[in-house]
Ligand binder design. Structure first.
Ligand code: MLT
Ligand code: ZN
Length: 462
């Protein structure tokens, strides 16, 4: 609970309509896509960087946790206010400030919805490649905080590859600019990269300068269906071996296919055990040639059916199915432990074998889908409450297998709450200590997004 005097002070900063304190309002800002939840004491909806700064100064004075929030679509609990405090919702800072087709950049506020931004730049013949599966809802600020990846990373990279500079309010309230509006800049430490993926623990992003690309001339897609997951894995290796880099190369296993078919009430696969979705872009003759090569590779790998998306609406249709997997999985079980391990792409068959063995050992249903082209697999352990203890053990073993295969425990969702216990397995004590020293230096009172990334209790006012 906030003292009435602080409620008054916050209302003075934000205007009374932009501070929420009623129970119903607090519930709406208490959770993200992990199903984890914790009530904040208040929700602040600033409209400007200065308001963010004033709130952080107040929070330091009073030692109150502040948790930045975009659209709450995160998959690791990053925006869940585990220690209460103030949720700082950036939803009102939602303007596209500039799209510059000459310098190939854009400047946006953090609350801009990523899919809306993609559409705006595409209408001007430009492309913003990062494309999280939740692009219709997630925000650019949330994407920066988590360094979101998504469907096109295989060819174009992830959020950090497109951010040229940031305006950031540091945890202690100072407003800084990082990076530049230029294609290159090496002036001082790369604070832009430090903030990207810091999961809202090192600063609040209030403006983002992103790099844009020319819109490719054509985009073509196909779906290929296999009688087993091994065939799909062979096709992934075959596509890479053909020296083709599709802009998306996604796989979906049997259980995920059935779930999405139930959810959309549509037979997508004709009962297949695995599906690959492949999209290429570029000049028309190139995409036509690549699509034909990919078809041949899929056939050789054992595809039983291949369907080209001939029109934009057919293409959108297959991506709608892919983007629906996450919600569709709840038709299988009420809960899922959703991970985003990543392995060198040649090790995908090995990690899938290990995951199957771990699932069998614990009698758990593990559903796999994801960004095969990146080696980034979403393993979803489907559980009831009673399964949770063995599911935790299974997760640890999946992470151990991932690290043995020289992978990483998080390709794109971040550590947040969900993986804080496992971060030391990957980064080791010296790197972990260095990360904590950075946190201490920028946020001496540990008021910004406490309880995330590191396991220790961090906020100081409880
Ligand atoms: C996806 O690729 O669909 C997202 O990262 C979400 C998920 O893992 O469920
Ligand atoms: Zn993903």
């Amino acid at each position: 609970m906030l003292k009435p005097s602080l409620v008054k002070e916050l209302k003075n900063i934000l205007g009374p309509a932009n501070l929420f304190t009623s129970h119903e309002e607090l519930v709406a800002y208490s959770y993200d896509a992990t199903q984890k939840e914790s009530l904040p004491w208040a929700v602040a909806r600033p409209a400007a960087a200065q308001e963010v700064s004033d709130i952080l100064v107040l929070a330091n004075r009073e030692l109150i946790p502040v948790v930045p929030r975009g659209a709450g679509t995160g998959m690791s609990g990053g925006s869940v206010p585990v220690h209460g405090g103030i949720v700082l919702s950036l939803e009102r800072m939602n303007k596209i400030l500039e799209i510059d087709g000459n310098d190939l950049l854009a400047v946006v506020e953090p609350g801009v919805v990523t899919g809306d931004f993609q559409r705006e730049v595409e209408a001007r013949g430009l492309l913003y490649p990062p494309d999280p599966a939740s692009s219709r809802f997630c925000t650019m600020g949330g994407n920066v905080a988590e360094c979101a990846g998504g469907l096109r990373a295989v060819k174009y990279g992830v959020t950090k590859d497109y951010v040229l500079g940031l305006e950031v309010v540091l945890p202690t309230g100072e407003l800084i600019q990082t990076g530049a509006r230029t294609a290159k800049s090496v002036a001082g430490y790369d604070l832009t990269r430090l903030i990207i993926g810091s999961e809202g623990t090192l600063g609040v992003v209030t403006k983002i300068i992103v790099r844009l690309l020319p819109l490719p001339e054509t985009v073509r897609a196909l779906s290929a269906f296999f009688p087993d997951i091994e065939g799909a894995a062979r096709a992934v290796s075959g596509i890479t071996a053909s020296r083709i880099i599709p802009r998306a190369l996604e796989f979906v296993d049997r259980e995920a296919l059935r779930a999405v078919e139930n959810y959309l009430k549509e037979d997508i696969s004709g009962g297949a055990a695995a599906m690959l979705l492949v999209e290429v872009d570029g000049p028309a003759p190139t995409t036509e040639r690549e699509l034909a090569q990919i078809e041949a590779v899929c056939r050789k790998a054992g595809a039983v059916r291949i369907a080209r998306a001939e029109t934009d609406s057919e293409r959108e249709h297959i991506w709608k199915a892919r983007r629906s997997i996450s919600p569709a999985l709840y038709t299988i079980k009420p809960k899922k432990m959703s991970e985003d391990i990543v392995v060198p792409r040649s090790r995908i068959p090995d990690i899938l074998r290990e995951i199957t063995a771990i699932g069998q050992k614990y009698g758990l249903l593990i559903v796999n889908f994801g960004h095969a082209g990146d080696g980034n697999i979403h393993t979803n352990i489907m559980v009831d409450d009673a399964d949770l203890p063995k599911a935790e053990r299974a997760v640890k073993e999946i992470f151990e297998a991932t690290l043995r295969l020289k992978g990483s425990i998080s390709g794109e969702h971040g550590i947040g709450l969900s993986k804080a216990a496992y971060l030391p397995m990957e980064v080791g004590p010296a790197a972990l200590a260095a990360m904590k020293r950075i946190k201490d230096a920028l946020d001496p009172n540990h008021i910004l997004n406490p309880g995330k990334i590191f396991l220790e209790k961090e906020a100081t006012n409880r």
